[in-house]
Write a protein that binds this ligand. Structure first.
Ligand SMILES: Nc1ncnc2c1ncn2[C@@H]1O[C@H](COP(=O)(O)OP(=O)(O)OP(=O)(O)O)[C@@H](O)[C@H]1O
Length: 144
């Protein structure tokens, strides 16, 4: 895998979206890396990523593919960054934190709590006598 992994995630339609636009979706899955998008003129475009997470994907799927390799590097002293990008309501916060960072069912926990848990689990069970210093920062960048 290259040093940069780029994935796309589709969230389920909200009840308002279903009410306003019905169930019709313009995305057709081809495989775990490729989907087609049909625009309003019915033109079809194909897009490929390192992984496509369709609307049924679980938080754990995203974590295992995307974040776990970064955590494994981090405990070996290799920095890593996770960036979520998308328009408002696309699901960035849900993917990073889960439905709520404070009260959250295990299955819905987002990347951030999973990453923190795994880093400290690794440190706790590391056999050598190394000292670890963990630095983690989060930024939100938006345009009005
Ligand atoms: N994969 C998902 N499964 C179920 N619900 C989701 C998923 N992704 C997002 N949602 C829901 O969609 C809504 C919008 O998601 P979220 O708040 O994460 O968007 P956002 O990209 O962070 O938006 P903003 O940029 O405005 O902060 C929320 O109600 C969230 O719970």
């Amino acid at each position: 895998m290259s040093n940069i992994t780029v994935c796309v995630r589709f969230r389920p339609l909200s009840s308002k979206e279903r009410r306003d636009h019905g169930d019709g979706i313009c995305i057709r899955s081809l495989d775990a890396e490729t989907f087609t998008f049909k625009d309003e003129k019915q033109e079809e475009y194909t897009f490929s990523f390192d992984r496509v997470f369709y609307e049924g994907s679980e938080q754990a799927d995203v974590y295992e593919f995307l974040a776990l390799p970064i955590v494994r590097d981090a405990v070996n002293g290799i920095n890593g960054t996770i960036i979520t990008y998308g328009q408002t309501g696309a699901g960035k916060t849900y993917s990073m934190e889960g439905p709520s960072i404070l009260e959250c069912v295990e299955q819905k926990k987002g990347l951030l709590p999973r990453v923190v848990d795994e880093i400290f689990k690794n440190i706790k069970f590391s056999e050598d006598t190394s000292k670890y210093m963990v630095r983690l920062s989060m930024r939100s960048i938006w345009r009005k």
